[in-house]
Design a protein around this ligand. Structure first.
Ligand SMILES: [Zn+2]
Length: 259
């Protein structure tokens, strides 16, 4: 993980049972996405002699924001958060960002971060799109799956996923949880004859057997294997009999909740 070339590097910091806190670093400076646990971040910073210069929050759930206040106090760094008036963001004096906003950090040269508004998991959920190449998708898109609908509607989540689907297929995606293997098991129940999904099941199992992350993923792989991005293709299977794609999405999300 140590970066001596001052080029951009991105590391997964495992936390809790299945979260990843994503550390973006360049030279001696680092940003963290969704620091649910401050201690995990501090240990990584110390081990690699990095200074934290910014905190990026995708949504307000405690496993994503829980460590932000302690880190901000220690490092006196800016916090970016969704454009909603929640006490947790007010307490952090976070800069609120939304679709169309762009964030820069002076320590990171030409690095740019575009903000996408992706409601569904929560109403105010945002994602951070680094250099139009790396998407930090929080709890919207997971490997072979998507987030639960705690606040938004199926229609909102479906539209958010379609917005991700329209990005370049080479986009690398960094979800906040290691749910890939279970999501693949579900995907195989609705898309059983998909050879790319079968291959992904083997690849993911091999990585998890070595306790390696299955992430980041690529948009190309998600388009080929993630049922929540394949509603149109699945609607032509006998099980769905040409349902509208939103109906397929809604049914998939309901079935996944029970899986
Ligand atoms: Zn969440």
């Amino acid at each position: 993980m140590h970066d001596t070339s001052a080029s951009l590097a991105i590391s997964a910091l495992p936390a809790f049972s299945d979260n990843y806190l994503w550390l973006i670093h360049c030279g001696q400076h680092a940003l963290v996405v969704d620091p649910g646990d401050a201690e995990v971040v501090e240990q990584a910073l110390q081990a690699h002699q990095l200074q934290l210069v910014g905190i990026l929050l995708t949504h307000h759930h405690s496993d994503h924001v829980g460590g932000a206040a302690v880190l901000q106090q220690h490092w006196q760094c800016p916090v970016y958060a969704p454009y909603s008036d929640l006490p947790v963001y007010r307490a952090l004096q976070a800069s609120r960002v939304q679709q169309g906003d762009q964030i820069y950090f002076s320590h990171f040269g030409t690095l740019t971060i575009d903000v996408l508004s992706l409601p569904g998991h929560t109403l105010d959920h945002i994602a951070y799109y680094l250099n139009r190449q790396h998407l930090f998708s929080g709890d919207v898109l997971f490997g072979a799956g998507c987030g639960r609908l705690f606040e938004g509607t199926p229609s909102q989540m479906h539209a958010s996923l379609q917005q991700i689907a329209a990005l370049p297929t080479t986009t690398l995606i960094y979800p906040a949880h290691e749910y890939t293997a279970h999501n693949i098991a579900f995907a195989q129940t609705v898309d059983p004859d998909n050879p790319e999904l079968q291959q992904r099941a083997q690849d993911a199992a091999a990585l998890r057997a070595r306790e390696r992350p299955t992430l980041p993923t690529t948009l190309a792989l998600e388009l080929a294997t993630n049922p929540f991005l394949r509603c149109e293709a699945l609607s032509h299977l006998p099980a769905f009999l040409n349902w509208p794609t939103l109906d397929v999405f809604t049914e998939l999300r309901a079935r996944r909740n029970q899986f």
